[in-house]
Design a protein around this ligand. Structure first.
Ligand SMILES: Nc1ncnc2c1ncn2[C@@H]1O[C@H](COP(=O)(O)OP(=O)(O)OP(=O)(O)O)[C@@H](O)[C@H]1O
Ligand SMILES: [Mg+2]
Length: 423
């Protein structure tokens, strides 16, 4: 067990009159890791669903930061490291629109058992927030079902409204069923035939009243090999037999033939799944319209609000760095969040406590965005492109829009250019 530090050095000690103490983050230790392994078991999923929101470390001024003792400073910086590495999920227009569509589809999927349920495929490029958005949705859905129906089913089984599996390199049907059994911690997950595994899965799904089955990284499936056809048939079987809505997530699912009719047997089998599947996409941020530029600005304002650096000033990201950040991330939220996270770690480590283009230039980002960066930079520098809106409401110049809590405003389809609210 960790020895406790003298109270005077702890971050959560009562603050001396001359300085504010950074806010306590005792819940950090209990927050679940959001990795695939944790989420592949029901206990990990429950932890994720029930975790209370992270507590933002207190914003200290440079003077207050300097006044911290060594121990308190170490605790404060650690809290900031964790905080900056987990800044989301932000309610981007893409996330909000996807959630709206998912609620529509799932809540309309209440047909009786003999009718096949529609499936959803979220098909978009990497790093656009597919997994993040779906997990945030599934978390809300789980909580809603628990609140409405209780922890146990009428037959006394544990209720698990959501089951999530991630595919890996070479998933066949038996592996897929095993992964589902693994989620439930079923004792029969080690031995059995594919059919037996399938029967056990059905049993779990029915007993635990699963309503949402999420299959992430579907592109790992070798579609046109025997495994792919097998699993695709299996999805059809699930849609027919199981009272669940399937949410399939992957990259390039359309190109892999999930929605096409095709000529071969394999194509036809895939098409059968495709016919029952609603395709939703996620788009990167765009700056070719005022609406798009405003959404970008709102995102930066929301990120800026979350960043905890002593020298941060209003407009640090949304004003001075708007073009720069767009060029570096090419409008992909995954690249942007990586850059901000790494930039903040460096700003804390080096003591600059502020994000600038010079500092971010020293931070490496993912290879794909680095490759696209030069071209965009040239366009932005020459004025052919800009991230600045022509009409910015002066009242919300340096603040994210008022609707921060995102109280369920209808935002339209996930593929459409999204409206402005980012929370
Ligand atoms: N709404 C959001 N708010 C904050 N950060 C986000 C949001 N969406 C995505 N991110 C960030 O972008 C990163 C990539 O997101 P995510 O893993 O959800 O993308 P993906 O589309 O599932 O990518 P892949 O296809 O590689 O699985 C996340 O690690 C997260 O940091
Ligand atoms: Mg993903």
């Amino acid at each position: 067990m960790r020895a406790s530090r003298p109270a005077g050095r702890r971050v959560n000690a009562a603050p001396p009159a001359d300085r504010a103490a950074p806010r306590v983050t005792p819940s950090e230790a209990r927050l679940p890791k959001l990795d695939n392994l944790t989420l592949s078991r029901k206990e990990g999923w429950k932890q994720f669903v029930e975790a209370s929101p992270r507590i933002r470390p207190e914003q200290l001024s440079p003077v207050q930061l300097r006044a911290l003792g060594e121990g308190a400073r170490a605790d404060y910086d650690k809290a900031r490291r964790i905080w900056h590495a987990n800044l989301g999920p932000i309610k981007t227009p893409q996330l909000a629109a996807l959630h709206e569509d998912l609620w529509d589809i799932i809540d309309s999927n209440l047909q009786d058992g003999d009718k096949a349920k529609g499936a959803v495929a979220i098909d978009a490029f990497p790093g656009l927030g597919k997994t993040t958005s779906v997990l945030a949705f599934a978390r809300q859905y789980h909580r809603r079902e628990f609140a409405a129906e209780g922890d146990y089913t009428t037959h006394g089984h544990e209720r698990w409204p959501v089951c999530r599996v991630g595919l890996t390199g070479n998933t066949g049907m038996k592996d897929f069923n095993r992964a589902l059994l693994e989620f439930f911690g079923h004792p029969g997950r080690f031995k059995g035939t594919t059919t037996q595994f399938g029967d056990r899965v059905l049993d779990c799904v029915l007993s635990c009243e699963v309503r949402l089955l999420i299959v992430d990284d579907l592109h790992f499936l070798k579609w046109r090999h025997t495994n792919g056809v097998e699993v695709s048939n299996h999805f059809k079987h699930i849609a027919n037999e199981f009272p669940v809505t399937l949410i399939l997530i992957g990259v390039g699912l359309a190109q892999r033939g999930l929605f096409s009719e095709g000529n071969s047997y394999a194509d036809a089998v895939l098409a059968q799944t495709g016919r029952r599947t609603t395709r939703l996409g996620m788009e990167p941020f765009r700056i070719d319209t005022d609406e798009g530029r405003d959404a970008w600005r709102q995102l930066l304002l929301a990120v800026e609000q979350r960043v905890v650096l002593a020298n941060k000033a209003p407009g640090m990201l949304a004003g001075e760095l708007s073009d720069y950040l767009f060029a570096r991330s090419t409008g992909h939220i995954g690249s942007l969040m990586t850059l901000i996270n790494r930039g903040c770690q460096r700003a804390v480590r080096t003591g600059t406590e502020h994000l600038t283009a010079e500092l971010l230039d020293t931070v490496k980002c993912d290879a794909a965005s680095e490759a696209a960066r030069r071209e965009l930079e040239a366009a932005l520098t020459s004025g052919r492109l800009t991230t600045k809106t022509t009409k910015i409401n002066s009242r919300r110049k340096n603040k994210p829009s008022a609707n921060m809590s995102g109280s369920g405003k209808r935002t339209g389809g996930a593929m459409r250019t999204a409206p402005r609210t980012v929370t």
